[in-house]
Design a protein around this ligand. Structure first.
Ligand code: NAP
Length: 255
């Protein structure tokens, strides 16, 4: 039986770890050729190794999504081998420091988080725009429960702002690119066990317990929990879905 993404070429930012790595593996299993884009070449190569060991097709390129010129250069190089038809804007960071803290550190957190999580999403999407329009492509942006709320995860004004921005960008782009046949959606993960929150989970068991009290499925998520919605949003199964955010949060937002 053919995979759901047969014939597609997918670029996944931050594909060298956690949620992005899980999405790369799932896309390859469904028949897509995967291009792992990450600022961490070792992580990207690990993903390529996992995909190819499972019989899939993957390659990697180093990309810092904050570097607008590099995004354009990478998109141009990829186009020489064929246009992408799926873009996953997944690269992201988080730091949890109170906004009332050291002003220099607070400003650096703001700049770093917004430049990766939000400007980076623009840089990459803009660089691949012609390819996505040519292939009637699909964009999947990784938002968060913090695209809506700021509870249970204190001290993250910059991150919350960036993830609200992801949702706004998703809706605006869906409205603008629908006429070109390009669909743009987001996924809102709840607490997923990855490197991004490993230290926070280890140091603050109370915070984890607090999130779980608010999570009907009563467990943290794994990258595989995000891969299914990511396949759905990239495939023809979601042909009439655009401008949406699919929450994959164990029910967090329902209670
Ligand atoms: P992760 O395991 O830390 O993976 C993030 C990946 O992005 C890493 O490989 C990281 O490289 C890379 N990256 C960081 N800055 C980059 C840049 N400037 N350019 C290119 N790549 C960059 O974290 P994750 O949990 O999988 O996060 C993936 C996405 O899911 C993020 O957007 C995050 O906000 C979102 N999300 C996560 C959760 C969660 O609970 N885990 C919940 C909601 C949303 P390094 O190895 O060098 O750091």
């Amino acid at each position: 039986m053919a995979g759901l993404l047969e014939g597609h070429v997918a670029a996944v930012t931050g594909g060298g770890s956690g949620i992005g790595q899980g999405i790369c593996q799932a896309y390859a299993r469904e028949g897509a050729r995967v291009i792992v884009l990450d600022s961490n070449p070792a992580g990207a190569e690990e993903t390529v190794g996992l995909v190819t060991a499972a019989g899939g097709r993957a390659s990697s390129m180093r990309l810092d999504v904050t570097d607008r010129q590099a995004c354009k250069a990478v998109a141009a190089e990829i186009a020489r081998g064929g246009n992408i038809s799926i873009l996953v804007n997944n690269a992201g960071i988080n730091r949890r420091n109170p906004i009332t803290g050291d002003p220099i550190a607070v400003a650096k957190d703001w700049d770093d988080i917004l430049s990766i999580n939000l400007d980076g999403m623009f840089n990459v999407t803009h660089a691949f725009l012609d390819q996505l329009r040519a292939t009637k492509g699909r964009v999947v942006n990784i938002g968060s429960i913090q695209s809506f709320v700021h509870v249970s995860w204190p001290n993250s004004a910059a991150y919350t702002t960036s993830k609200h921005g992801v949702l706004g960008f998703t809706r605006a782009l869906a409205a603008e690119l629908g006429k070109d046949g390009v669909r743009v959606n987001a996924i809102g993960p709840g607490m997923i066990e990855t490197k991004i929150n490993a230290e926070a989970r280890a140091k603050n068991p109370d915070m984890v317990a607090n999130v779980m009290r608010h999570t009907p499925l009563n467990r943290p998520g794994k990258p595989e929990d995000i891969a299914g919605p990511a396949v759905f949003l990239a495939s023809d199964m979601s042909a009439y879905v655009t401008g949406c955010i699919v929450m994959a949060d164990g029910g967090f937002r329902t209670v």
